[in-house]
Design a protein. Structure first.
Length: 127
């Protein structure tokens, strides 16, 4: 569960989430310069997670972009690092958040149609 995600004007994101068994992940992400215009590179500069990642944007066709996310992380706390190697709770969290984002954008991509009526039997019949 994301508890905080604050974007600042200095290209940083203050990010935290709650995991199982009392784990609270916290990090400050810093955007880095990239040689390619279609990718974002970031790394952590604080918190209890070491994190680096790349987000690449590839245009498939007009109005359709594929997004690829590559993330490497290490939990600084030895107990939670060991626990994560056994239970994979950080991967479960990331995958859950990505599924949520995907569902959001798939919902936006659906073309708008007239809303379904609540009681279709009371609507005027069309020939």
């Amino acid at each position: 569960m994301v508890t905080r995600a604050t974007v600042t004007s200095s290209k940083t994101v203050d990010f935290s989430f709650r995991g199982p068994l009392g784990f609270e992940g916290r990090t400050v992400l810093l955007g880095l310069e990239s040689d390619l215009p279609n990718e974002l590179v970031f790394e952590s500069i604080g918190g209890n997670l070491d994190l680096t990642g790349i987000i690449q944007f590839t245009e498939i066709r007009s109005s359709c972009t594929e997004i690829t996310l590559a993330v490497h992380y290490a939990i600084k706390n030895k107990f939670f690092a060991w626990l994560n190697r056994r239970l994979h709770f950080v991967e479960a969290f990331v995958n859950s958040e990505l599924r949520s984002i995907r569902a959001h954008f798939e919902g936006i991509a659906v073309p708008y149609s007239e809303p379904a009526t609540m009681l279709p039997m009371f609507e005027t019949a069309t020939a």
